[in-house]
Design a binder for this molecule. Structure first.
Ligand SMILES: [Zn+2]
Length: 142
């Protein structure tokens, strides 16, 4: 199942929203908005309906977006087609040097067969070699 695209761009800083209005403007479902409230999104709950300030929504969703960002681990690539991290197909990647300290690793996604690519540091290549066979311009040992 695909994650729904939630955006705080249409949330106005100086407006307040009901749960229903916030659902419309962000693209999140109403249960998701209620979940945000349980998880700490501030709201004015003394009167009904509950009102949520636009600036609180923006701040909350910014924090949430950063919390979800996790670095892709060594040995895996972020596949923009799959929107997930995958190891290279057959455990093979090619290293294309871009300078003395870094280069581009290119591989095929084992899931969708799309092209995977990421910039890596020369320093990390020995660690990469524990996960995959690296061909191309890399002139390391053996
Ligand atoms: Zn893929």
């Amino acid at each position: 199942m695909r994650r729904r695209r939630i955006s705080s761009r249409r949330v106005k800083l100086h407006r307040s929203y009901t749960v229903e209005e916030l659902s419309d403007v962000t693209g999140a479902t109403e249960p998701t908005v209620r979940n945000w409230l349980r998880r700490g999104l501030p709201a004015l709950t003394s009167r009904r309906p509950t009102l949520i300030l636009g600036r609180d929504v923006r701040a909350f969703l910014d924090v949430e977006a950063n919390r979800r960002k996790r670095p892709t681990p060594i040995g895996k690539f972020f596949c923009f087609r799959c929107k997930e991290c995958h190891p290279p197909a057959l455990g093979i990647a090619d290293y294309l040097p871009l300078g003395p300290s870094h280069g581009r690793l290119v591989a095929i996604c084992e899931c969708c067969e799309g092209t995977l690519s990421r910039i890596v540091s020369v320093r990390d290549l020995p660690t990469w070699r524990a996960f995959c066979e690296i061909g191309g311009g890399f002139d390391g040992s053996d």
